[in-house]
Design a protein around this ligand. Structure first.
Ligand code: GDP
Ligand code: IMO
Ligand code: MG
Length: 430
């Protein structure tokens, strides 16, 4: 029963989209299991660049079936727009190709308005959310007042539940946050329209995937966000509200533990983070500008969903080792190695220091690392452009040493090295 789980091994935007696109070649199903349209997954195929927020990235391949699991929160407007724009770009997404769990929760304009109001109220303590309503939608799920996709199967009851939700949100918006209330009849009318559009996509995802696995089909679980944004295992409270880690895949798709074959952790060759939160190996100034880029290239470090400049720094091996443990990684995919060309020396954070103590393991998880100083190991850089390299032996010797050192410090083999955003710009090892 071959289930492969692909997870972000850092703080999101590791290049999961492009790796899913690669692994989906051999998968029958590609399934999103967490998060919502806070995700932005990029797939570049020739002159076309796809930015996917809800539709699984593997659907760019015509042979795959996409699944959106119960662990996902869905903004129907984003979903319908995405389906339409993919169709315009030549990727057919219809109810035969995309199945959506009846148990996934819905995001409404109420959740978005609450996200904005709550972030504004946090002031300097703001999390820096994507303002997509993710936190409030999961909060409603946990407090058992969420709206589920399956409720759309019974329209009168869905309408009543939606109106009750919107009235309750309005109460909170006006009394707690002094914000503008939502137009309940207008939002209700739109959501009833979305319900009609979504009906043919609704499915029993757990059953569908388990049957596929039993029949020997390969299923690829596509994580959104990354390990450091995990609600339980990330840099709380600077996290998202779902479970991007490997365990989240089983929970968010309704699959048993026994079917997992590979857990692929995607990591950049350096570190980035968008939004607030601790970042011991963060860089500023010229080096940071060189890693981030100016924004002229599509792969420069500016958020796919929000356009915000990402914070950048040296690769943090303490965190990557932590990620290997939390996810049970069986292999690594190292992306954006090409961006390190020309930087010399290259640094890797191998430990943390605080006062006179040095740590190679996180003493109490990642949320308290803000006070730690990074301890670096320097490695020689290289000058050769890597975009054309497709074989391990054609990489500069310094690049191979860098990869081998990452592998050694992490204790997980590097199976893929990506040297550009294009579909074929990958070196497969072994
Ligand atoms: P995701 O959220 O993990 O799917 O990652 P994003 O799509 O948000 O951000 C990754 C960005 O890096 C995208 O613009 C990709 O096209 C780009 N990218 C991925 N791998 C590579 C690589 O190896 N080299 C370069 N230069 N860009 C890459
Ligand atoms: P992909 O799937 C990077 C971050 C936000 C913020 C925190 C909480 O493209 O890797 P939220 O809107 O989820 O409540 O915001 O999480 N965040 C991401 N950062 N990549 C993402 O997705 C992210 N999704 C959320 O910036 O710090
Ligand atoms: Mg992204």
């Amino acid at each position: 029963m071959p289930l492969d789980i692909l997870v972000g091994a850092q703080g999101g935007d590791e290049g999961k989209g492009r790796m899913v696109d690669l692994l989906a070649q051999k998968a029958g199903f590609v399934a999103r299991y967490n998060g919502g349209d806070n995700a932005g997954h990029t797939v570049t195929v020739g002159k076309q660049t796809f930015k996917l927020h809800l539709v699984p990235s593997g659907l760019i391949h015509p042979h795959t079936i996409g699944v959106i699991g119960n662990g996902v929160v869905i903004n129907p407007e984003t979903l319908m727009n995405e389906i339409e724009s993919l169709s315009r770009a030549g990727v057919t997404v219809n109810p035969q190709r995309l199945r959506i769990s009846h148990a996934a929760h819905l995001i409404t304009p109420g959740h978005r308005a609450l996200d904005a109001a709550q972030e504004a109220a946090r002031g300097r303590q703001a999390i820096g959310t994507t303002l997509r309503g993710i936190g409030p939608a999961y909060a409603d799920k946990v407090t058992r007042q969420g709206l589920r996709v399956g409720q759309m199967l019974e329209l009168p009851r869905f309408e009543a539940a939606l109106k009750a939700h919107l009235h309750q949100v309005n109460e909170r918006l006006t009394t707690i946050y002094s914000a503008e209330p939502l137009d309940v009849p207008a939002v209700t009318a739109r959501y009833l329209e979305f319900a009609h559009q979504m009906l043919p996509y609704i499915a029993e995802v757990s059953h569908l995937l388990t049957e596929a696995l039993r029949a020997g089909q390969r299923v690829l679980a596509e994580g959104a966000q990354g390990t450091l944004l995990d609600l339980d295992h990330g840099t709380y409270p600077f996290v998202t509200s779902s479970y991007p880690t490997a365990a989240g895949a089983l929970l968010g798709l309704g699959l048993g533990v026994g079917c997992v074959e590979r857990v692929v952790g995607v990591t950049k060759a350096f570190q980035t983070r968008v939004g607030a939160g601790p970042f011991p190996s963060e860089l500023h100034g010229e080096l940071a500008a060189s890693l981030r880029g100016t924004g002229e290239h599509p792969w420069d470090e500016y958020g796919t969903t929000t356009g915000r400049p990402r914070r950048v720094g040296w690769l943090d091996m303490v965190l990557l080792r932590y990620s290997a443990r939390i996810n049970g990684l069986t292999e690594l995919a190292l992306t954006k190695l090409d961006i390190l060309t020309g930087l010399d020396p290259l640094r890797i954070c191998v430990a943390y220091r605080e006062n006179n103590r040095q740590y190679t393991e996180l003493p109490y998880g990642p949320d308290d690392i803000g006070a730690f100083q990074p301890v670096y190991e320097d490695l020689p850089g290289w000058r050769q452009e890597l975009w054309q390299v497709r074989r391990w032996e054609d990489l500069p010797q310094e690049a191979r040493s860098y990869i081998l050192r990452v592998e050694e410090l992490c204790g997980v083999p590097v199976r893929y090295v990506s040297v550009g955003p294009e579909r074929d710009q990958v070196i497969e090892i072994g």
